[in-house]
Ligand binder design. Structure first.
Ligand code: GLV
Ligand code: MN
Ligand code: MN
Length: 403
């Protein structure tokens, strides 16, 4: 009835899936063959523990200990990654959830509520642009028509990608049945910073998630020859794009926020040609919504002014927005007390727990990351800290499930 393999062995098996051949990062995009392998891994882990497996209407996977039903204590995270991502962001929460169930069984716990491990689909939004897709669809925050129409870099729609992966894309959308069963949601996650290192603690509890959003900034100019086009005749979209990158940094600095342009697509992308179009994605986060808007306005104004100067048009479209999440005080404090006054910390990273917190009591545990780095192969957690996370999660799930 245990996982039959140790945490470290299970981790090593999962670590083989979706690893990039060069650089040691992970490329685990939603609804790809790699994603299918990750889902098979999840099914196998559920089967090893006699947990019943269920896929909901939005492609999220659930492994149930006990009959699925109301008041369930749900734990889990996601298995997908950003391009060049680390091994821990997402998978640590899923693996730890399975091992927390093993630990509860070892302790002889008899839950009086059903317990489920969930693997939320497409949390990073790396392929179709909108993060937390599985939880946004389930809660109805994202309209199914809009989701189905999102396209990846090759022009494949999310609807078609889901259909190809065997999910009925016509049925996606708000899923009250799945949502209403969740009594409490607990997500364990690797810390994406160094607060726990500084505090000397292996495990912490999330207090809040900064509001954050993604905007696509599209600059359209005129393609032309790099050698023969006089500077004064050019309509080069790269110039206002560059102004936007610099403005993002400047306005983030002056507003105690963060702003990043980490993805850019240049068309047609010739060394000896002026680009016709540049698409750049702005990610902005701050302690409050007003500051996010201030940074966004600053970047937009700077981009528009530069676009005007260079005969380029610019369009800024919001792709997703998540308002501030303040996790419920009573649950957060209870969890912290259960874990010997585990420290409470806010984060600038988005999570499915943040989406769910507007609908059901939700909480998060963070596990120390000695590098503090995330969305990179350098993301890390020591095995002893991972095991401390499992122990902590088992304690929290036990408390919530015997109430
Ligand atoms: C997800 O990791 C995000 O914060 O974008
Ligand atoms: Mn992430
Ligand atoms: Mn994550």
């Amino acid at each position: 009835m245990t996982g039959q393999m140790s945490f470290a062995e299970c981790w090593a098996a999962l670590a083989r899936i979706g690893r990039e051949p060069v650089g040691g990062g992970y490329h685990r995009f939603a609804w790809t063959p790699t994603d299918r392998s990750l889902r098979s891994w999840f099914r196998d882990q559920a089967a090893r523990r006699d947990l019943s497996l269920e896929a909901d209407r939005n492609g999220n996977l659930w492994a149930w200990w006990g009959d699925p039903g109301a008041g369930a204590v749900v734990t889990g995270s996601h298995l997908d990654s950003v391009p060049g991502g680390g091994a821990f962001d997402g998978p640590l929460g899923v693996v730890s959830s399975f091992y927390a169930i093993d630990e509860m069984r070892r302790r002889g716990v008899t839950p009086s509520r059903p317990i489920a491990v969930v693997d939320f689909a497409d949390e990073e939004g790396a392929r179709f642009g909108v993060a937390c897709m599985g939880s946004r669809l389930m809660t109805g925050i994202l309209a199914p028509d809009r989701a189905r129409a999102l396209r990846d870099a090759d022009g494949t729609s999310l609807g078609d990608a889901m259909t190809a992966a065997g999910v009925d894309a016509a049925a996606i959308g708000r899923d009250d049945q799945a949502l209403d069963r969740i009594g409490t949601f607990v997500e364990l996650h690797v810390e994406q910073g160094r607060s726990l290192v500084d505090l000397g603690a292996a495990v912490g509890v999330a207090s809040a998630i900064w509001p954050h959003g993604r905007w696509r900034c599209s600059f359209t100019g005129e393609p032309n020859h790099a050698g023969t086009t006089r500077l004064g005749d050019r309509r080069d979209p790269m110039l206002p794009f560059a102004a936007a990158v610099l403005a993002a940094r400047e306005f983030a600095e002056s507003n105690d926020a963060v702003a990043t342009i980490g993805k850019v697509v240049v068309d047609p992308g010739a060394v000896n040609g002026i680009a016709s179009r540049v698409d750049a994605w702005l990610d902005t986060r701050a302690p409050d919504d007003a500051t996010v808007q201030t940074v966004l306005s600053g970047v937009t104004d700077a981009a528009e002014r530069a676009a005007d100067r260079h005969g380029v048009t610019v369009e800024v479209v919001q792709e997703s927005y998540t308002p501030e999440v303040a996790f419920a005080d009573d649950l957060r404090d209870r969890v912290s007390r259960l874990l010997d006054a585990a420290p409470q910390l806010p984060t600038g990273a988005g999570h499915d727990a943040g989406i769910l917190s507007a609908f059901v009591p939700s909480t998060m545990l963070f596990v120390r990351n000695p590098t503090g780095i995330s969305h990179s192969p350098a993301e890390h957690a020591e095995i002893d800290d991972c095991l401390a996370g499992v122990t902590a999660l088992a304690t929290v799930l036990t408390d919530l499930s015997i109430r």
